[in-house]
Design a protein around this ligand. Structure first.
Ligand code: ATP
Ligand code: MG
Ligand code: MG
Ligand code: MG
Length: 575
């Protein structure tokens, strides 16, 4: 590629809303352009990076026996009604209507569609196991799209879905994907860690996240350097902290002030040191008390008070549920107590939700009509230490679950997630196959996501300096840039630059020749910002001594190389 024929547009300034390095640098380097909140155009340089990620992901998925197909972005609501997620999925699910007023969604994930494919395509145990995947645009109407590609609303994901005859076989499929993910993130050249994770709105019984280590990560990982224990604190913290508070019978906050004052009190609490391990807080009223105690509850997910008030708490779709006032009346046989004036609480019935450990007689919400949640587990009676033993150690330096080492914490960016689903979707959608005895049985499933576009951002969070991006080699938009100094002035420079350019192309190397006749300082700064791993400088003075200069983006020192050796040395550096 010649720079004069390509589209490069680097910027001096980053957009003011860009809070993290990857967002700033991808914008400045001209890799992405914002169209709307959380919606970006992948500019040519950015698209090249995504294609490199996709290539590695594809190769490893194929090598692991997964089969590529391509499912639609637009999915009919019927399938989501069948699975139950039309009701459960929060406002992250973008719902649209066609001209006939039929409901559709823009896919945030494809369990429903693939299960529909499976029930039509898979008939016999002889066809199993099967694993289908695609690399496709996803849409999630994120509460807070931010950090550029890191948390977009439209983004690219690889999602795979395995189908097996038994839970054991499905576990083997899960393990194969887990191993493929290890290879993928190693090949991408990223420092990462696999951690036990929450299953969120996808559901299922077992899951692991792959986290790229970076201080700007939104997730916190707890791990034991001396054993293989590692967990997302979302999984580790919530039950543990709740249980600890419960054990001490000490509410986080006690107040009898009504309405808005309660919310303010909660807002104060957000600044507690606790807040860095806990993403979300919900108010609840203990109706057993005459003067209601306001408890602060911890839910998984990431939501703020305004959204709780707006009834938009995506985490609530797993066991926790948004309920209208009339539903509460139906369910509890009375109004939530704190709707009335303080001190007039009425008795409510005990609610038992089997998806969480223990339920008590309360509802919670944001002190406004129609914004209440039922089935919230506040865990006052989570007495079984076994329930939380391996989750207890969430304070850095605590003894690890193995009993030996002490736990450490670090921040991470979730770039991949594998789930053991069992028959959650196959039972709901009646996806069965005939076993060896000719009897129908539910398919056992797993699902496996990789955030293709998020990886580009995560790689930058992990690899950048004050001058710009430092791409791991596997991800760089170009492998080498040739920077001739004095392109228009010197025939010799031009000839040598062209010779190297053609030579590298012939070797199959993705090289760009900067033939724009720029001043060296400007040219070098631009390529350092873009992050190309290797720069070849061709200048008149060195050429007189038959030398060119190699400068690795990662290293401070440059290297002078004889022109006669240059091609071999460059190729050797890249392989
Ligand atoms: P998060 O916790 O960051 O919201 P998630 O757990 O909701 O992610 P999954 O449903 O596990 O996401 O989706 C699989 C992968 O898709 C994630 O591991 C992540 O890499 C990627 N991903 C999810 N949401 C986004 C987003 N808004 N923007 C970019 N990538 C995303
Ligand atoms: Mg999410
Ligand atoms: Mg997550
Ligand atoms: Mg996830």
């Amino acid at each position: 590629m010649r720079a004069s024929k390509y589209h490069l547009n680097t910027l001096k300034e980053a957009p003011s809303e860009a809070e993290v390095a990857s967002h700033r640098l991808m914008t400045r380097a001209g890799m992405i352009r914002r169209l709307a909140g959380g919606i970006y155009t992948y500019m040519p340089l950015g698209l090249k990076v995504l294609r490199r990620i996709e290539k590695i992901v594809r190769e490893e998925m194929n090598a692991a026996g997964a089969i590529e197909l391509l499912m639609p972005v637009v999915q009919p609501a019927e399938l989501w009604v069948e699975s139950g997620r039309w009701e459960q999925y929060g406002p992250e699910l973008l719902r649209i209507k066609d001209r006939h007023q039929r409901d559709f969604v823009l896919q945030p994930t494809s369990e429903e569609v693939i299960t529909d494919i499976a029930r039509n395509e898979i008939h016999s145990w002889r066809q199993l196991p099967l694993n289908f995947y695609h690399i496709q645009t996803k849409f999630r109407d994120e509460r807070r799209p931010r950090f550029g590609l890191m948390r977009g609303r439209e983004f690219t994901m690889k999602d795979a879905y395995s189908f097996d005859r038994s839970a054991e076989a499905a576990q083997a499929s899960y393990d194969a994907m887990y191993a493929a993910y290890q290879r993928i993130f190693s090949r991408l050249g990223l420092e990462f860690r696999a951690v036990a994770a929450d299953t969120g709105s996808i559901g299922g019984s077992r899951s692991h996240e792959f986290q790229v280590i970076a201080d700007t990560g939104e997730d916190v990982i707890v791990y034991d350097p001396d054993s293989d224990y590692a967990a997302n604190i979302e999984l580790a913290a919530a039950p543990c902290l709740i249980a600890e508070r419960a054990a001490a019978a000490e509410p986080l906050i006690k107040t009898s002030t009504p309405g808005a004052a309660k919310c303010e009190a909660v807002a104060d609490l957000l600044s507690l040191p606790l807040a860095h391990t806990v993403k979300s807080l919900v108010l609840a009223t203990d109706h057993a008390d005459k003067a209601p105690t306001i408890w602060l509850l911890l839910l998984r997910g990431d939501h703020d008070l305004n959204e709780i008030k707006a009834g938009k708490v995506p985490g609530l779709d797993q066991g926790f549920r948004f309920a209208s006032e009339s539903e509460i009346v139906e369910h509890f046989g009375c109004l939530p107590g704190y709707l009335g004036p303080i001190g007039t609480t009425r008795p409510v019935k005990v609610v038992v939700d089997t998806t969480v450990a223990n339920m008590h007689d309360f509802v919670c919400g944001a002190n406004e009509v129609d914004f209440h949640y039922t089935g919230v587990n506040w865990g006052r009676d989570l007495p079984e230490p076994e329930l939380v033993t391996d989750l207890r150690n969430v304070v850095e330096g605590d003894v690890s679950p193995s009993g030996n080492g002490s736990l450490l914490m670090q921040r991470g960016i979730e770039v991949g997630h594998v789930f053991f689903l069992g028959d959650k979707y196959s039972s709901a959608l009646k996806a069965t196959y005939l076993d060896e005895n000719g009897k129908p049985a539910a398919l056992q499933m797993g699902c496996y996501g990789i955030g293709i576009s998020r990886i580009a951002a995560a790689a930058i969070e992990q690899n950048h300096d004050e001058r710009g991006i430092v791409w791991p080699r596997a991800l760089a938009p170009f492998e080498v840039v040739i920077c001739p100094v004095g392109w228009n002035k010197s025939e010799a420079v031009r000839a040598e630059a062209e010779r190297l350019y053609e030579g590298l192309k012939a070797e199959g190397i993705d090289v760009i020749l900067d033939d724009r006749d720029q001043r060296p300082g400007v040219m070098f700064a631009e390529w350092e910002l873009i992050g190309v791993p290797l720069r070849v400088t061709v200048g008149e003075r060195s050429l007189k001594e038959n030398m060119i200069e190699l400068q690795a983006r990662k290293q401070a020192e440059s290297q002078q190389v004889q022109t006669s050796d240059a091609l071999d040395v460059i190729v050797a550096r890249l392989t």
